[in-house]
Design a protein around this ligand. Sequence first.
Ligand SMILES: *[C@@H]1O[C@H](CO)[C@@H](O)[C@H](O)[C@H]1NC(C)=O
Ligand SMILES: *[C@@H]1O[C@H](CO)[C@@H](O)[C@H](O)[C@H]1NC(C)=O
Ligand SMILES: *[C@@H]1O[C@H](CO)[C@@H](O)[C@H](O)[C@H]1NC(C)=O
Length: 544
Amino acid sequence: MKAFIWVNILFLVNVHGALQRVDPLVLIDQGLVKGIKASDGDYSKFLGIPYAKVDLDDPFGPAQTAPKFEEVIFLAYDNSRKCPQTSRFGSVESSASSEDESPDCLRLNIYSPSKASIRNPLPVLVWVHGGGFSGGTGNQYEAPNLVEQGIVIVTVNYRLGPYGFMCLDHPAVPGNQGLKDQYAALRWVRDNIAAFGGNPYNVTIAGQSAGSGSILLQLFSKKEKLFDKVIAQSGTPLSPDMFTPGDPDVAIKLANYLGLNTTDDQKALEFLAKTHHSLVTGAAQSLGMEFRPCNERSFSGVENFIDDDSYALSNEQKIKNTPILIGNTDTEMNADGDEYFEKDFFYTRLDEKFSLETDQLKEIAEIMRHYYIGDRPISKEIQPEAVDFESDFVFNHPIQDTITNLLKDNANPVYSYVFTYVESGEGRAGHGAEMEYLFNMTQPDDKARSETGHIMVDRLTTMWANFIKYGNPTPETSELIPLKWSPVTATTRPYLNIGAELLMEERFLKDRMAFWDLFQSVYGKSRRTIRKVASKLKLLKLKM
Ligand SMILES: *[C@@H]1O[C@H](CO)[C@@H](O)[C@H](O)[C@H]1NC(C)=O
Ligand SMILES: *[C@@H]1O[C@H](CO)[C@@H](O)[C@H](O)[C@H]1NC(C)=O
Ligand SMILES: *[C@@H]1O[C@H](CO)[C@@H](O)[C@H](O)[C@H]1NC(C)=O
């Protein structure tokens, strides 16, 4: 408590004092943190604060409590540190070098409006980045337009690829380390965000793609609920591409590839811990390995994040009365490349999700084919229908299914959207299309943004900010947002079509979704359990 009073004084003096150039200074248990004033905004940034520590002798193991700062004042000016990247999914800097990478990467960034203080604590957004659980960082998400709406934003780095998502039959590395890192960040926010002018009891967790899958897993997990509201953009663990049964031999395979002849997990882990991370991530890439959340094996004395074998993606106690904002873009998936059209993708996709005899699988793949393309053969000619099928299979229906699950657990209110806006007015909004309107990412060039693009920034950030503050994206109508966004109910499913205009519509893709609902009610019993879902699913040029 004493610390907070101190912080309050320091924060007020420095932010509201006459000396505008004096940097904001904050006191937390770890010590003093000095941030920087944004050059073109009324807020402060605290970059690269360590929220937990990874022991470099045990980079795959649990994170430790963040140590006290060694410096008298920790200068939070630098957010170049990244978790080792296994893929360039979601990486804005295409020429990202590995020099800034280290498994000891559990850092977060805080953006706090100047008016925030202990006496005026503001709602908090904790952003979990996407990148297919193997790439990306929280460092590339600066959201001045959201901060200006009076929100404290925290963007989090968590371990990725082999460091974050190895699932072994070994108590030291049972899996989901990256999700446990995210949980540690939520704990840090609960304990420390008041010092930065945030309200620890007014927290929204949000993410896109793999980040969205992550935050829904934070919601479903049995861990303490350290947040109040949830924003899930284009990603759910119910998607067949977001979960893996986990290859228990992955550490051995990596060690073998890197020259250690062993069949022993422990020896493999010790060897990999001593090997430079760039070699480990390089080996993972060469071997085409994919790392995802998984069901963990139980070991006595080891606390699991996801421990239930028949993981139900349900948790009424935690979900009841939680405000949720959830949706996707118009066209989440691509389907291109000659190779793609050489195989019966209806069959291979259904085989990933349903455990059926070959004959029956052939039969249902045929029904599926007739539904999407009639009697036409599979070829590049049917590319638009293939895109629909892939989008329905990976995102559209799993997200509708997630909404169904959340309603069963009495989430309330649940707001659903589909983002359809494209800057040129042509084409369709692909995976991640909404992101550039919420965050100022490097691309595209701001100058190229049309007038309606600027309106989109204002609309999206206002609705998101309203949800973060009040759990309601449209508490009142205005010239900017002339309608009220109706939440879904047990029997009706309105959604906001976020395009050049805002339109309240009902039942997204109602025919296709009804077809999938029926399909699932017939074959749902044959649905592969998450543990059995093949891990070798290839994402189709998807930037998760
Ligand atoms: C690996 O070790 C086993 C058992 O010690 C041995 O039989 C095998 O020849 C070794 N393989 C290589 C490639 O060194
Ligand atoms: C985002 O906006 C902030 C403040 O306006 C600016 O300092 C930063 O450079 C911008 N980042 C990008 C990637 O445009
Ligand atoms: C969250 O913050 C908003 C904006 O400051 C406030 O109106 C709201 O009452 C807060 N909610 C809670 C539960 O504290």
